[in-house]
Design a protein around this ligand. Structure first.
Ligand SMILES: [Zn+2]
Length: 701
């Protein structure tokens, strides 16, 4: 892609740009240099600059782009997120249809494939070679470049046409925004690729999501395909996806002449794409000379699949020569010159014996299938979550069914489908309960949620789960207190809800079998210590649905005591940036129940901190900060900065960003095409209305 000399030159010039401020005439070169560093980091995996140096250089680029003499290039790294407009997902036609592949499972299938190919290629003097690559498990995309610039990305869709997800795909750093196709005479190219999430990133994102109280991703594939379809490209970017390219599917010159066959073979085309800066899913050249070698290569991928950073569910064997590919042609559904080799499924069939219902700490009821114990990827599986009622209905799962179950990577097993053909007629429908299996309270379900919930604040099983969570490291972090002690004390009837944790009789505990004085006094010490936890920690330890640690922190910064939340309205909540109506509704619901308030009062009485602590208060801004104590809202499209940058700037100068126009709003900064918020603010008459420039002048003052 870049020669040693070019890389050295780029590096030297980067250092120069870091020392001095580049001028507008340096702009195109700076774009080139930053794209080079992105490639080094995301594709070549060997960054030359520290993160900080890269950020500094990027800052300089942004500064230049504010200059009136600079025309922003569409392949500038700043354009990866070019607007805060959401995706409309218009349908677009692929230049070359995206067909699926025929499947093979063993060497015999591959031999049949080979025989067929040799028949179709009879009389050729060109070599029959097979290219073997991993089959990545993510979301397939087609990416189009015109005149060396990224112009479009689309999902596979129905194969002929897919959804335009360009704005989202652009945020994925391993996908170059510019690639020198013109060096090969190509005006327009369409590439096939797979958007994937690495296993490491998958674990990291799920930890973050747990922290924020969000639903977890089921597997890396869902995280990737969902990521491609986000309404807000910023959210796609946050997922940290990768794009691997596995095929040059279409290439034409300016007159529309087909160029693909000129590249001779798949391996040569892939080598060129690698040269152009695209990320390929393998290191060594995967070309093999006959079908046996191809099979061995498939098996090697299968053996190493768990060590690979990305989920793969098979390998793909492709006839390498383009002219032979053309001779083989296509069936209606798939190319005759390629074959997927499916790995031994981490799948098994078993019988569904029974369904039990578990109550979670937020009252959600989860159906769990009890199955005939079966070995699956080295683990004995006897129960599997069925998630919710909709899952059971969609998959038409019945009692007594034979079910196909699967375990991918380290991900927990799940039911792929029930095998309806094997039914005997003795199977029964799964009757989802109408009342809580623990307390018999009728279950409730809101429209936008999949789970039925028990809303009884005194539900014994739910309170048990709440207490187990409350004492955990994640929550109040009560050292030496865990699930087994919570269960044991509950059996003794010492624990009914969270408050009882702080009112234990340590003499009785000391008298318990296997406890003794020492254990009891250690436990007491841990509990006493936990009483002094911050308000944020207390809030997130209550197991309020959707209220994660982040939202707890944001709310704790706004209240002096937990009891203030009894009087909070939805407006109070959504004035806090990053808190939405869902969290608001759930917290309001929790604090509207007398049982919860009584419980918190008891906790206060036992010495648990229910007030704002130093740790809860936000970092102080200087007293003379120009926006100190003001609430601010940005509306319309801004010219010199993004919405997020503006909000960060406002915060830096002491303002608090809020998301709605109300009597609590002090300042409204108005960009282009400001709509209803401006009208509402004008109608209120109490809001100071500023242009973007006036805002900038104000903070500079
Ligand atoms: Zn219940």
């Amino acid at each position: 892609m870049y020669s040693k000399e070019q890389q050295a030159e780029m590096f030297e010039q980067s250092k120069r740009f870091l020392k001095t401020q580049p001028s507008p005439k340096d702009y195109p070169r700076l774009v080139e240099i930053l794209n080079f560093h992105e490639w080094k980091y995301y594709v070549d995996n060997s960054p030359l600059l520290s993160d900080k140096e890269y950020d500094n250089l990027y800052e300089k680029l942004l500064q230049l782009e504010e200059n009136k003499d600079v025309i922003i290039l569409t392949h500038s790294p700043s354009q990866r997120v070019s607007s805060d407009l959401s995706n409309q997902f218009q349908t677009v036609q692929h230049y070359n249809p995206m067909l699926s592949l025929a499947n093979s499972y063993n060497i015999d299938d591959l031999k049949d494939f080979d025989t067929q190919i040799k028949k179709l290629c009879l009389g050729t003097d060109r070599p029959i070679q097979y290219f073997v690559e991993p089959k990545l498990d993510g979301g397939s995309i087609a990416v189009v470049y015109e005149n060396d610039i990224f112009v479009r990305a689309a999902t596979r869709g129905n194969g002929a046409e897919g959804d335009d997800i360009s704005a989202n795909a652009k945020t994925i750093s391993s996908l170059p925004l510019r690639a020198a196709f013109s060096e090969y005479g190509i005006y327009r190219a369409e590439l096939r690729g797979e958007a994937v999430m690495s296993k490491t990133n998958f674990d990291k994102k799920n930890k973050e999501r747990q922290y924020e109280g969000l639903d977890l991703f089921a597997n890396p594939r869902n995280a990737a395909t969902g990521g491609l379809r986000m309404k807000d490209p910023m959210e796609t970017r946050d997922r940290g996806l990768d794009v691997f390219i596995f095929q040059l599917a279409y290439a034409v010159d300016k007159e529309g002449n087909e160029l693909l066959s000129g590249f001779e073979s798949h391996d040569k085309a892939m080598a060129i794409l690698s040269q152009l800066g695209f990320k390929l899913p393998y290191d060594k050249n995967p070309l093999t000379h006959d079908i046996h070698a191809a099979h061995a290569a498939c098996e090697e991928w299968e053996t190493n699949r768990d060590n690979y950073q990305y989920e793969i569910d098979g390998a793909v064997v492709k006839l390498n020569d383009f002219s032979l590919q053309q001779r083989c042609g296509y069936t209606q559904h798939h190319p005759r010159w390629a074959m997927a080799f499916k790995f031994k499924a981490k799948q098994a069939t078993t019988s569904l014996l029974n369904v039990e219902y578990q109550i979670g700490k937020t009252g959600a009821i989860t159906p769990v299938a009890k199955v005939e114990p079966v070995q699956l990827a080295g683990v004995t599986v006897s129960s599997i979550s069925l998630h919710n009622e909709d899952f059971i209905k969609q998959k038409d799962i019945r009692l007594g069914d034979k079910v196909l179950i699967e375990r991918a990577g380290d991900v927990i097993p799940y039911v792929v489908k029930s095998l309806a053909d094997l039914r005997t007629g003795a199977e029964g429908y799964i009757e989802f309960p109408c009342t809580c299996p623990s307390c018999n309270t009728p279950l409730l379900k809101s429209e936008e949620q999949a789970a039925w919930r028990c809303m009884n604040p005194k539900c014994p099983e739910q309170n048990l789960q709440k207490m187990i969570y409350h004492v955990s490291k994640e929550a109040m972090n009560i050292d030496g207190f865990g699930k087994s002690l919570v269960e044991r004390f509950s059996e003794e009837s010492w624990l009914n809800d969270i408050s009882d944790i702080y009112n234990l009789d340590y003499d009785k505990i000391a008298a318990l079998e296997k406890m003794g004085e020492k254990s009891a006094s250690n436990l007491k010490e841990s509990i006493e210590k936990a009483k002094g936890n911050s308000l944020a920690r207390l809030l997130s330890s209550l197991s309020i649905h959707h209220l994660g640690k982040k939202a707890s922190k944001l709310i704790a910064a706004e209240i002096k005591s937990v009891f203030e939340l009894q009087d909070w309205t939805e407006e109070n909540f959504i004035e806090i940036k990053d808190i939405g109506p869902v969290v608001a509704q759930n917290v309001m619901q929790y604090f509207s129940q007398k049982e919860h308030i009584d419980m918190l009062r008891r906790m206060e009485q036992y010495g648990v901190n229910v007030k704002q602590t130093d740790a809860d208060r936000p970092v102080e801004v200087a007293d003379d900060a120009p926006l100190k104590g003001k609430t601010i809202l940005f509306t319309g499209s801004l010219q010199t900065m993004s919405r997020k940058e503006a909000q960060a700037l406002a915060e830096l100068y002491g303002a608090k960003n809020i998301s709605a126009v109300s009597s609590n709003l002090n300042m409204l900064v108005v960009g282009d095409k400001a709509g209803s918020k401006l009208k509402k603010a004008e109608a209120l008459g109490t809001v100071e209305i500023l242009t973007e420039q006036a805002f900038l002048n104000l903070i500079e003052s």
